[in-house]
Ligand binder design. Structure first.
Ligand code: BGC
Length: 330
């Protein structure tokens, strides 16, 4: 009897020990990476200052940057104004320099950005420009589209799709920012070679939806013979289509714009937008962090990395995944 009781007690104790041992193993596995010292204490703190914090394009850049941040043990702080506002961006830039972060990823939108980039670099904080370069500044590297080439692509698409006959209105995000100017120049350099294509108006939207619609509306009323529009930034196509719709002109209008954001893709599917210049924001964000980590590690880096741009039409809607993690060696 006593032996049986001892055996039962022994087996029960053994059973509990095995059970708890396995539980601890499982919990350890679940916690692996979450509470590891590297995960608690990232090696670096980078700040990514974007043009519009809630804009789909910038959010994809943020996701790409954070993805690389997780991989390389970097805390990526994603900040920026609610609506495009260079003054606010510069204030955030100044604050990041003063808080002595390890690296800053930002656009090079104008001379004030160039000065701020140089200030950061002089204080030993490396800067990687993203989306818009500032080649004359002291920045370490640029990651983003070749904006001149992207503008040329838009021009070629328009020539092809209109059989070289069009009266064109252009809405550009800004007449001051280098990337919009490069896109505009690339576009003009192509279409101006074609005899029956004429550009009759160029207006700027200042990256707001309201301004695009108003500007497109004005262009359409002043130039009734317009048959095509080119928009150099994400929201331009949407505003152009609204203005054309309100004047019942959309059916005959050819529209080409930038960026495969959801609203543009919807308009492409229903035929209101004919073509889109696709950029790769996730990849830009990802590679900007990879580049900055290389700078931290004193590696030799590639100064300029152009992410791909291409033309998407309704006929090519089997669009590739935009969140593909790029090869870190890019
Ligand atoms: C540009 C960005 C801009 C965004 C929103 C993109 O095409 O590359 O610089 O912030 O459009 O307008």
């Amino acid at each position: 009897m006593i032996y049986s009781l001892l055996i039962i007690t022994f087996l029960t104790a053994l059973g509990f020990s095995i059970y708890f041992y396995e539980r601890v193993q499982t919990i350890n596995q679940e916690m692996d990476g979450v509470y590891s010292p590297e995960a608690i204490l990232p090696k670096y703190h980078f700040v990514l200052i974007v043009e519009e914090i809630e804009h789909e394009y910038w959010q994809l850049i943020g996701e790409g940057a954070k993805h690389a941040g997780q991989k390389y043990g970097v805390y990526v702080e994603y900040i920026g104004p609610e609506r495009s506002n260079t003054e606010e961006q510069l204030k955030l830039f100044d604050k990041a320099i003063k808080s002595k972060v390890d690296g800053i990823i930002v656009q090079g939108l104008n001379e004030n950005f160039t000065d701020m980039i140089n200030q950061a670099e002089r204080q030993g904080i490396p800067v990687v420009t993203i989306d818009t370069d500032s080649p004359e500044s002291m920045r370490h590297a640029y990651i983003g589209s070749d904006n001149y080439m992207a503008g040329q692509l838009a021009g070629k698409a328009l020539v092809e799709d209109t059989n070289g006959v069009a009266t064109v209105g252009i809405i550009t995000g800004s007449l001051d920012n280098p990337h919009h100017l490069e896109r505009l120049k690339g576009f003009k350099d192509v279409v101006e070679q074609v005899e029956d294509i004429e550009i009759v108006a160029v207006e700027e939207s200042k990256i707001t939806r309201v301004d695009v619609e108003e500007k497109a509306y004005n262009i359409l009323t002043e130039h009734e013979n317009i048959t095509a529009f080119f928009g150099t930034s994400s929201y331009n196509g949407i505003g152009i289509v609204s203005a054309a719709n309100s004047l019942q002109k959309e059916n005959d209008m050819y529209v080409i714009t930038f960026d495969t954001i959801d609203e543009n893709m919807e308009l492409l599917k229903n035929g209101d937008i004919e073509a889109i210049v696709e950029q790769h924001p996730f990849e830009m964000g990802y590679l900007s962090v990879v580049r900055m980590v290389d700078i931290m590690n004193g590696k030799q880096i590639k100064e300029i990395t152009h992410t791909n741009s291409s033309i998407i039409r309704k006929t090519s809607l089997d669009i590739e995944e935009t969140m593909v993690v790029p090869n870190d060696k890019n």
